[in-house]
Write a protein of this length. Structure first.
Length: 482
């Protein structure tokens, strides 16, 4: 898990363009030479000092001295102008420091970094600062990561920053797009400094879902994929897709380092959001996997084969099965209930316990914790009214259907059907069908959508057989390194 965040300084935590330009003009006036244009000065922002002096003082014989003077003037100018610091930077660092150790690492000389610390008021929240005066970022990172053992997030604004830290799998790079320079490789990006708060929450959830130390993010611009390595295979998931070319570059990267076989997309402990759409892209469901055909095309062109599929099936109610289900009478220790609306969430812990047992042997299933389960069943369904149908045995929930009315009122949706392994039998399933059909018909519907059913499991297929209206398929892909 990420425990430390390291920030680059210039362009990331403060914007010093004005200081560079005005200080350079002052030096030109003092030493009586014609200065380069403001645009040339801007090109030096975020660049190492030895490159800056070559560009700004091309005819000066003692470039080292000019460099020291330039640093002194810029540092003095910045020290008088707290406005260069990013807005609300103190409250931001205060909040981040509650969970993470924070560091600042700069290619600027120490005097520059000390000036920033003086005007920014960040000292109480920063564990350490490192400048080019004490060594390069490679050396500093070894200290911060405890010999490259601790996983950290590095926030910087240039390809130089990425190149300096990219050799270490324990370091993930976040590109500050608002900064001075371009960058084509990064695992994450932010458009403003305060976006970091949202990003670290997303990373925290992602790492909970991965729950595995051996993972790596491969990227090309805004396209990236996370690969989680196990002994005999690797899973890929958490897909970010920007365009076909960049995504193809990422796929080629993960193929090049494939140990055995790649299976995905699976988001670590669950693949709720990232099974890829295979057909009927125009048929919008809720919730739905969001993907486009270009992703499938890139995977297939790189030798990935469809490995496993799921279906969302729209069908009329099966009157024959319902007639049979109506006759089912369960023993007295079984009771049923229907709960509508927010009261459903009073049963979340019981649903979680039942679902964990029901799905523990499912293909590539790895159990998720209760907080993530709650997010899936509460946060994702805020725009609908949930309906929970349950069967309990001696007051213990043993089977349930989590359902809701389609937001566009086209049909009723069966999102999840779960029956404890210890209670799995045909009679219990039929009774669930009877409860579900009876409720749905009373709401004026005769059409049901069974969402995300495993195509290897034929039970739901037998229920809808002969009554199907439309199907949408989703898939996992596999690549084997032969």
């Amino acid at each position: 898990m990420i425990s430390k965040i390291v920030f680059d300084l210039d362009g990331t935590l403060w914007t010093t363009e004005e200081a560079y330009i005005e200080s350079y003009k002052k030096i030109a006036e003092e030493f009586s030479f014609t200065p380069e244009s403001d645009d040339v000065v801007r090109e030096c922002l975020g660049v190492k000092l030895e490159q800056v002096v070559l560009k700004l003082f091309p005819h000066c014989p003692d470039k080292e001295t000019m460099g020291r003077i330039a640093v002194k003037y810029v540092a003095e100018y910045c020290a008088k102008n707290p406005k260069f610091c990013s807005k609300d930077i103190v409250s931001l660092f205060e909040e981040l420091s509650k969970k993470y150790d924070l560091y600042i690492m700069s290619n600027c000389p120490r005097v520059f970094l000390d000036g920033f610390m003086a005007v920014s008021n960040l000292t109480p929240y920063v564990k350490g600062t490192f400048s080019i005066s004490e060594g390069n970022k490679e050396q500093h990172l070894e200290k911060v990561t405890n010999g490259y053992k601790d996983r950290i997030l590095f926030v910087g604004d240039s390809q130089f920053d990425y190149d300096e830290i990219s050799n270490h799998k324990c370091v993930q790079f976040c590109y500050a797009k608002y900064g001075y320079m371009a960058c084509s490789n990064y695992e994450y990006h932010i458009d403003a400094l305060d976006d970091i708060l949202t990003l670290v929450k997303q990373i925290e959830r992602k790492e909970r879902m991965i729950d595995h130390d051996d993972y790596q993010i491969y990227s090309s611009h805004d396209s990236n994929i996370t690969v989680i390595n196990f002994k005999d295979y690797s899973m890929f998931g958490f897909i970010e897709y920007s365009n076909k070319e960049d995504f193809d570059n990422v796929i080629k990267q993960i193929k090049a380092e494939c140990r055995n076989k790649l299976i995905g997309p699976i988001d670590g402990k669950t693949w709720y959001t990232y099974r890829l759409v295979l057909d009927n892209f125009d048929w919008k469901l809720y919730p739905d996997c969001i993907s486009n055909k270009e992703i499938n095309d890139v995977l297939e062109s790189n030798g990935f084969k469809l490995f496993h599929s799921y279906s969302s099936t729209l069908s009329k109610m099966n009157e024959k099965i319902w007639k049979m289900a109506r006759r089912i009478k369960l023993p007295n220790e079984y009771t049923s209930s229907i709960v509508v609306g927010e009261d459903c969430y009073n049963y979340l812990e019981e649903m979680y316990d039942a679902a964990s047992e029901a799905f523990e042997k499912a293909d590539y299933y790895r159990s998720i914790n209760f907080e993530d389960f709650k997010e899936i069943y509460v946060e994702a369904f805020k725009s609908v009214t949930p309906v929970l149908m349950t069967i309990s045995k001696n007051n213990k929930l043993v089977a349930f259907i989590f359902s809701y009315e389609d937001p566009e009122k086209r049909f009723f949706v069966s999102k999840t059907i779960g029956i404890r392994k210890s209670e799995r039998n045909k009679l219990l399933l039929l009774k669930l069908i009877d409860i579900g059909y009876d409720y749905v018909s009373k709401q004026g519907y005769d059409t049901l959508l069974h969402h995300f059913q495993n195509d290897r499991t034929k039970v739901m297929e037998s229920i809808s057989s002969g009554y199907e209206i439309r199907k949408k398929h989703f898939g996992l892909f596999k690549y084997e390194n032969k």
